[in-house]
Design a protein around this ligand. Structure first.
Ligand code: PLP
Length: 437
């Protein structure tokens, strides 16, 4: 079983403390269902669906077989001025899955690329619409929209921004929604703070709405620490955008494909944005792929311009045949097992079990929605993030994969999780949190 490489040196690892990792590596060598296997043969319960992406669990035959078949049949086909049947089949199927008139799909290879694509669609659309002066983009503090220049600029995580120059010009940020103590330990959508959406009016007053192209938010902020929108917040944001002719983009890279117990957060919150970005769960994380959904009226305006290429944008691997096969196999798996709505039936149990950790003195807040949980720890004085990272290492040693950001533990298990595994997950976490107290 042991597959230790000869050297760990050459691989510059992403979002990783490389030196610490290489001094004490953690290597996964196999995965099936809810469990990873490490290079020393231990089983590790996947509390995070990989990186919020393996929604159907691991090593699912529909997906792996679809990829194997596709590799033999059509390995690659040019993405520009050429198509292949599965790309059209997948787009049509996704359009049916997404509610409302978000029925045109542009393929990318990641969440970051989906975000860049959405921002470019928004800017170009306004220009085609005779409002080329709408050039400003609005994100939100603590937002995460990937690591490329557009996404980094509208993103609101300081560490991800500070090293990289002046970023994209003309970007501003809404206030984040976290921190009202009345919302601490809320199950589901917190009660207080819908009026924080009015912060967009402040930015409209400052910049003038006629200069603003789009607002991009994660319906539930994930990477920065699981911040669930106050009840009514997203509806209010939609109303303000509509009033001022600003496009609203939902970044559903983690909330899409069943994470909240609905197909998308669009369904969960009953709010329809103009553009939706997705990735991750689209292919169960198995092959890189993203999909951007645009409303019909957005797409159709592009189709009314002069003959020729309507949108000068795309990737060599847009709608890559292997990725399309993986996505179709993933959607089949979701369908056959009812996974996109399974979270709804487990959400209460998930929330109750997560909130049972409330009695541990170092737990400052617990937030849950669908099959997501954020457990915020009180930081060790003078050593922010150290306690949560210690918990991460101890969980891994005890057979549980969690994610941490700052002093927050984020949980987002595969949607196939059983109640007994939810119990196991939080039992391990309880033991570990007592150890790091
Ligand atoms: N947007 C959101 C909301 C995300 O959570 C992520 C990744 O976690 C991204 C974008 C970036 O996705 P990727 O890492 O696939 O580029």
């Amino acid at each position: 079983m042991a597959l230790k490489p000869n050297t760990l040196d050459a691989y510059w690892m992403p979002f990783t403390a490389n030196r610490a990792f290489k001094a004490a590596p953690r290597l996964m060598v196999a995965a099936e269902g809810m469990y990873y296997t490490t290079d020393d043969g231990r089983k590790v319960l996947d509390g995070t669906a990989g990186l919020w992406c393996c929604n159907a669990g691991h090593s699912r035959p529909r997906i792996t077989e679809a990829i194997a078949r596709q590799a033999k049949e059509l390995d690659y086909s040019p993405a520009f001025q050429m198509g292949h049947p599965k790309a059209f089949e997948l787009a049509a199927r996704l359009a049916r899955l997404m509610p409302g008139s978000l029925d045109h799909v542009f393929f990318t290879n990641s969440g970051s690329e989906s975000v860049e694509t959405a921002l470019k669609i928004a800017l170009a659309w306004h220009r085609l619409n005779g409002q080329g002066e709408r050039v400003r983009l609005i994100g939100r503090e603590r937002g995460y929209h990937g690591v490329n220049f557009g996404g980094m600029s509208v993103g609101g995580m300081p560490a991800n921004r500070k090293m990289f120059g002046a970023l994209v010009a003309g970007v501003d940020h809404l206030r984040h929604t976290h921190g009202d103590p009345r919302n601490f330990f809320a199950k589901g959508e917190p009660e207080f703070g819908a009026e924080l959406a009015d912060d967009l009016e402040r930015l409209c007053a400052l910049h003038d709405p006629s200069t603003i192209a789009a607002v991009i938010v994660e319906p539930v902020q994930g990477s920065a620490g699981v911040f669930i929108p106050p009840r009514g917040y997203l509806k209010r944001l939609r109303e303000i955008c509509t009033r001022h002719g600003i496009l609203l983009i939902f970044d559903e890279v983690i909330t899409g494909y069943g994470r909240l117990g609905t197909n998308f957060a669009v369904d969960y919150f009953g709010v329809e944005p103009d553009i939706v970005t997705t990735a991750k769960g689209l292919t169960n994380g198995v092959i890189p792929m993203g999909a951007v959904f645009a409303q019909k009226r957005i797409h159709d305006l592009f189709m009314q311009g002069p003959a020729g290429i309507e949108f000068f944008h795309g990737y060599t691997y847009s709608a890559n045949p292997m990725a399309c096969a993986a996505a179709l196999g993933t959607l089949d798996t979701y369908d056959e097992e009812g996974l996109l709505t399974r979270g709804a039936s487990l959400a209460q149990y998930w929330a109750d079990t997560a909130h049972s950790l409330r009695d541990i003195p170092i737990v400052a807040d617990i937030r849950t929605l669908g099959l997501i949980a954020g457990i915020e720890l009180k930081p060790i004085e003078g050593k922010p993030t150290a306690r949560a990272f210690d918990a991460y290492l101890k969980c891994f040693a005890a057979g549980l994969l969690v994610r941490t950001t700052g002093d927050i533990i984020a949980l987002s298990p595969p949607l196939i999780i059983e109640k007994s595994e939810i119990d196991k997950l939080f039992e391990i976490l309880r033991t570990v949190l007592k150890q790091v107290a």
